[in-house]
Every structure is written in structure tokens, then in C-alpha cells.
Ligand binder design. Structure first.
Ligand SMILES: *Cc1c(COP(=O)(O)O)cnc(C)c1O
Length: 409
């Protein structure tokens, strides 16, 4: 667990020197690194389970918490700490703790901050496992959940009761890219005496920083854009010292779903190119969205960067650009949607996202396949819908690959 003292993160496109704090790109490359006496340039991977002490007295002092230092890698590890400090610096948070996966991060946050009898309000449009974690598992331990539509502030407000501790959302949502107004949600949360938690997986701090907009906690699946090349599973929680540095860290070090030093190192390297990659993903996604929008075989395109998107006004004010995810409905139903997928030769058929390689999925039969027909209809996930996580290949090649299956019959 790592707590930084960096409080003014500045805007990513601000020139270095405009504020006291280094610019976003500089923090992405350099924050958190402590060089050892070997003088290494790149961050080392500390693959060690435990750490040695110079004496019995030093061991006793570290175990007693009187002296700071590493004891065991389930508690702290220098490579993991560097990743935590870097991500905290990018999100503008006081403290970050890394976890073995995005889901482990969310679980640790819940175990560290909720108790039996508490209530949480969760967006209906959250990642499938997040939804099950609340409705199926936390429910067994006495934590009740109310699911509300992401973009309906009145529903969030109305769902808050006396035992409500947390509002939890993802914005933009998967796969329809609906956006919540985070400033407004933060006000609603604080008026109701609860915390706003934002899963910032789709935007990353390169495009959106929820803590600056009033959110209290950010969670990440580092598996996606923070890695950026589809190699490792990991997660993180960012927030203040007391909540994250004590409550969440306490759960992680005790229960044990911690991040491995190797994975932390891969994510560190990912963070160094995060801003460049996110800009490139978003540029390509925007181009693709406009192309799809003009295609006669496409019925509807969901992308925050398109002027007809219902929350397009939040671009710039909340989110720096539309991001890398584009969803669209083909004219027709399942057969027409599947034909687009099965006609691809380059795009990877996988439900993962945030990779240099473009991926395509049919949400109704994969990521949202376990919902009932009524729930799917309610969520707007039709049989004709496809989701593309736009990668870093040439946009012309992505278009050509989709065009084959989109041929008008
Ligand atoms: C993938 C994902 C998660 C879960 O992360 P894992 O690393 O797979 O555990 C949580 N939230 C969102 C938005 C995701 O896309």
C-alpha cells in the first residue's frame, strides 16, 4: 500500500512547470520510482516473497509497525508499491492499493468499508461480475443492493436510505457508452451521507479523473487499458489515506488477493504509454464511429464522441474524449450481427477490451448472456448489437474488416 503526498495533479495537457506538480505524462513515466544502489534505469522486479532484517530488534520493530519497511510480499512489495504510487499520482489520489484483479479490488473495497445491515446503490449497467458480487455474494453477508439506471439522477437519489453507504457506477457504461454526470452523482452521494465509487476502467485517468469531479474512490481493472496489451490480470483502489490506506489495505494484506510483482511491473510499463495510447484509441474509435454512422447496414451507433449521443455535452467537461469503445446495432437481428463477427479476418473475437488488438463481441450472447430476455431488453442490449474495442491497428484495416460482414443484402 502506498500513500503519496501529491495533491495537485494538474491537467494532462498542461505544460510542465505550469503548476508545482509535474505534468500527467511526466508522472506516468516517472512517479513512484526509487532507484536502488545498482543504478538501474528501468524499474526492477522484486520477485521475493519475504524480506530480511539486519537484527532481531529490527524484525520486532517492523512487525510492531514502529519502523516502516517490507516484511512479506502479501503486505507490501517494492515493485507493486511503484505501480501504486504511479497510479495514485495519475488519478490525483492520496493513496492506492493494488489487487490481484479488478474484481479483487472491488471485493476488498466492499469488505473494508461495508458491514451487515448496510445498503449500496449500484448502476444497472456495471460489469457482470460486479453486479453478481453485489446481488449474489455480498447479499449473503447482509449487504443489500438497489440497482438503478445509470443516467437517472432522481433514481439514485430516491434509492438512498439511512443505511446506504456507497453509490457505485461505471461511466461510460458497457456496451452502450452511456455516461453519468459524476459531479451531480457526487453531490447526490454526499447529500445522502454516502461515498461515490467510480470504476474508471473505460476511460483511465488519461481521459477522466473522477476524484477531481467529486468522487471518493476510484477502482480499476488494470487488466484492460492500464496494461494495454492484454497480458496480465490486476486491479487497484485509489482514494484517501484512511479509507484506502487503512481499511482496504487491511483487507488485502489479511485476505491475500494481492498483485504479483511481475504483473505490477507490466502495468508500470503500460502506464508509461497510457496517455498516448488512450489518445490513439479514442482518435481511431471516433473515426470508426463516424464511418459506421454513415454505413447503410448500420441502424445505430453508440459513441460519446458523436454529436447525437445523449450525454455528448459531457465530453470536455468530464471526459476528455469519447474513449476507445464503440457499439453499434446492425440492421437485422442476431444472424446479421453474427455475420459481421464471422466475416472478420483480423479483428479478434473476444470479450476483452483495452488491448492494442481490436476486439469484437456480441454482448447479448457473451458478456450479457446470463441476463433474462426482459433484463436485456431493459438494458438496451439487442440481438443486433455489437461492441468493438478499437485497438491501435490502422483504422482503414479495421473498417475493411468490418465492411465485409456489413455488406447490404
Ligand atoms: C474487466 C472489468 C472488471 C473486472 O476486472 P478483472 O480484472 O477482470 O477482475 C471490472 N470492471 C470493468 C468495467 C471491467 O471491464
Amino acid at each position: 500500500m502506498t500513500c503519496t503526498t501529491q495533491s495537485d495533479p494538474g491537467l494532462p495537457d498542461e505544460p510542465v512547470g505550469a503548476t508545482e506538480a509535474p505534468g500527467f505524462a511526466t508522472r506516468a513515466v516517472r512517479a513512484g520510482q526509487r532507484r536502488t544502489e545498482e543504478g538501474e534505469h528501468a524499474e526492477p522486479i522484486f520477485t521475493t516473497s519475504s524480506f530480511v532484517f539486519s537484527s532481531a530488534a529490527e524484525a520486532a520493530a517492523r512487525f510492531a509497525g514502529e519502523v516502516e519497511g517490507n516484511i512479506y510480499s502479501r503486505f507490501t512489495n517494492p515493485t507493486v508499491r511503484t505501480f501504486e504510487e504511479r497510479l495514485a499520482a495519475l488519478e490525483g489520489g492520496e493513496c492506492c492499493v493494488a489487487a490481484a484483479s479488478g474484481m479483487a479490488a472491488i471485493l476488498a473495497l466492499c469488505l473494508g468499508t461495508l458491514e451487515a445491515g448496510d445498503h449500496v446503490v449500484v448502476s444497472r449497467s456495471v460489469f457482470g461480475s460486479t453486479s453478481s458480487l453485489f446481488s449474489k455474494y455480498l447479499a449473503r453477508f447482509g449487504v443489500a443492493t438497489t440497482f438503478v439506471p445509470l443516467t437517472d439522477p432522481a433514481a439514485w437519489e430516491a434509492a438512498i436510505g439511512t443505511r446506504t453507504r456507497m453509490l457505485f457506477c461505471e461511466t461510460p457504461s458497457n456496451p452502450l457508452t452511456e455516461m453519468a454526470d459524476l459531479r451531480e452523482l457526487a453531490e447526490i452521494a454526499h447529500r445522502g451521507g454516502c461515498r461515490l465509487v467510480v470504476d474508471n476502467c473505460f476511460c483511465t485517468p488519461a481521459l477522466q479523473r473522477p476524484l477531481e469531479l467529486g468522487a471518493d474512490v476510484v477502482v480499476h481493472s488494470a487488466t484492460k487499458y492500464l496494461d494495454g496489451q492484454g497480458r496480465c490480470v490486476g486491479g487497484a483502489v485509489v482514494g484517501d489515506r484512511k479509507l484506502v490506506g487503512e481499511a482496504v489495505f487491511g483487507v488485502l494484506r489479511t485476505a491475500g488477493p494481492t498483485m504479483s510483482p511481475f504483473n505490477a511491473w507490466v502495468f508500470l510499463k503500460g502506464l508509461e504509454t497510457l496517455e498516448l495510447r488512450m489518445q490513439a484509441h479514442a482518435r481511431a474509435a471516433e473515426q470508426l464511429a463516424h464511418w459506421l454512422d454513415a454505413h447503410p447496414a448500420v441502424a445505430r451507433v453508440h459513441y460519446p464522441g458523436l454529436p447525437q449521443h445523449p450525454q455528448h455535452h459531457l465530453i470536455g467537461a468530464q471526459q476528455r474524449s469519447g474513449g476507445g469503445i464503440v457499439s453499434f446495432a446492425v440492421r437485422g437481428a442476431r444472424a446479421e450481427a453474427w455475420r459481421v463477427i464471422d466475416s472478420t479476418r483480423m479483428i479478434s473475437i473476444t470479450a476483452n477490451l483495452g488491448d492494442a488488438k481490436t476486439t469484437i463481441t456480441h454482448p447479448a450472447t457473451t458478456t450479457h448472456g446470463r441476463l433474462s430476455d426482459a433484463e436485456r431488453a431493459d438494458a438496451g442490449i439487442t440481438e443486433s448489437l455489437l461492441r468493438v474495442a478499437v485497438g491501435l491497428e490502422s483504422v482503414a484495416d479495421i473498417q475493411a474488416d468490418l465492411a465485409r460482414g456489413l455488406a447490404v443484402s
